[in-house]
Design a protein around this ligand. Sequence first.
Ligand code: 13P
Length: 252
Amino acid sequence: MIRRKMVAGNWKMNKNLYETRDLLREMVPELKDITYVDIVVCPPFVGLGVAVRETADTPIQLGAQNLHWEASGAYTGETSPAMLVDLCRYVIIGHSERRAMFGETDVSVNKKVKAALQAGLLPIMCVGETLEENKAGLTAEVVSRMVREGLKDLTALQATDVIIAYEPVWAIGTGLAATPDGANAVHRDVIRPILREMFGQLVGNGMRILYGGSVTPANAAELFAQSDIDGGLVGGASLKTESFVAIVKAAL
Ligand code: 13P
């Protein structure tokens, strides 16, 4: 099963309008001829408009970092799927920072995944265990629950549009990436079998599972060479042209 690799940059709460424009103007010439990997950049909501302009007619695709599941209404401060489809193709859902700091749960993640798909957005759904859970030997249990609950009630056809990102919380922003073997074991032996069980062999084998957590130019190639690591969701290293481009190229 050949899966097209993806490298997505999660800018988190970084870069104002001008910085967004300048960073993309630096990245575009370096990435404009790369067609063998899906390249996604996820700036904050307010930067999406300028990002649309800067990435027009380039292979760089855009994503948002969150959304609300309702289509419109009295939800102060929220952004609906229908608003995002005009700006981007992907949306990160259930990032561990949102689960830890903004009260997101498997239930809200599932609502958001369904709403995104309904609107025609491709969800990048994040799952991953904390350090305590990891130490307690609960990785498989926690990740399985997040995958099952997050993708609950989806049809196999819908699932083909979902990308999973395994991001162990202890590896995010710490410089301590999971080992290629360790990450691949979770992808291959925990997540993929659940996808196959839920959506059938063909769909389960075709869905992409990204790794995230301290991905750098130094470890990207070895991570991406693993059987079930289909690319990366990159935080810190996606904020600089040199490191992001090097990681994209490592996905060859
Ligand atoms: P870092 O690459 O900075 O560890 O962040 C990973 C991440 O959370 C991407 O969503």
